[in-house]
Design a protein around this ligand. Sequence first.
Ligand code: FAD
Length: 396
Amino acid sequence: MKEYDIAIIGGGPAGIMAAIAASRTSRVILLEKNSSLGRKLLLTGGGRCNITNDKPIKELLSFFNNKNFLKHSFYSFTNEDLFSLFDFDFITEDDDRVFPEGGKSSDVVEGLTNLLKDVSISYNFEVKSITEDFVINDKLKADKIIIATGGVTYPQTGCSPDNYFLTKQPVTDIKYGLSPLITKNDLSGVAGVTLSDVVISYKKSSVRGNVLFSHVGLTGPGIINLSNEISEVISYNLLDDEPEIDLEIGIDLCPDLNREDLMKKFTDDFQNKGKTMLKNYLKQFLTNSFIEYFLNNINLDGETQLSRINRKKKNRLIENLKRFSFEIVDFNSKLSKITIGGMDLDYINPKTMESTLMPGLFFAGEVLDLHGPTGGYNLKIAFSTGYLAGLSASKK
Ligand SMILES: Cc1cc2nc3c(=O)[nH]c(=O)nc-3n(C[C@H](O)[C@H](O)[C@H](O)COP(=O)(O)OP(=O)(O)OC[C@H]3O[C@@H](n4cnc5c(N)ncnc54)[C@H](O)[C@@H]3O)c2cc1C
């Protein structure tokens, strides 16, 4: 039986980074189920790879579900450390999102793969069993093991819920994250339309961002970020069942004006611009292609002149501009980008990524109960925890 210092399971960004860090001093084998590395990484950022987020670490940490756990890994492996691994530059776009300057995720996968020269890689190797003395699939043995098998979404990239049961490590509820939402409302008339910079809310959670209508529901950064909050509030566990959803979200279409501001403005304008048709007047608040859908839904006629709109209708208009509702009936789970939940952080040392229950067993990346919003935050988790796990395993 072949023996290694460290076996790393999963060749995504977390496993690759762990292998890069560990192979500087240890004999490492990287076991990957697919015939190539980084399948999900290739899909990131629409093929452009939003590799990280460039906010200062202190601010950045506040965007994750467990900043205390991540703190040590973020300071151990910074964005500058990450950039220094590549022989090309990176550009920063709005909201501090960082992309490779060539705009290709394949450059990132290739750049990382080039750093694995000292690592043995076994492709088409699906780990199905790990014994207590670290024998894998009855085929090879390692002194230490790093599990970096990812989450459950986009199974075509290699993820599987079976991985949570490879060891006896406790697992939290597993849920969809960063997911478009399916609505009961018929949106075929507005599919493709974007609402820019609106505030979307569900119960006490609210998110500011863009909303994009699809044929089946709502997507865009604002919606998929809110989906994390919705998923966390609803009780379900993908290891047992699918979520049952019937809830309402509201969109504030004029977040910079409160109800009183709108009432005052409408009262003045409806008097001074009495002959203007409502559908034309609304162009200052709503994107053109959304106005007809909006007015049909609240039973107002766009051809009506402002002077003919009574107080009741004015109130209805204001109420719906401030909270336009959609009925959500499901996550669009096939497009859910990340998994919420994973290996319970209570049993993992944040300074090393090592299990507190099974010495020599380490975890990295999305398999952990860690998640962030869209914008480079989730790859940040994978790279930082991957590096720290690799370094700690090789030092031990
Ligand atoms: C469409 C899409 C776009 C995204 N865009 C971005 C973005 O732009 N920025 C961002 O920050 N995040 C993005 N994400 C999220 C990000 O891709 C993930 O958070 C990240 O890939 C997690 O890295 P990981 O290494 O932990 O897991 P993964 O990337 O899932 O890698 C896990 C690896 O383990 C292998 N594996 C699994 N089980 C076994 C087994 N039993 N034996 C052997 N190998 C196994 C898998 O084949 C896979 O290669 C996106 C996700 C998707 C789906």
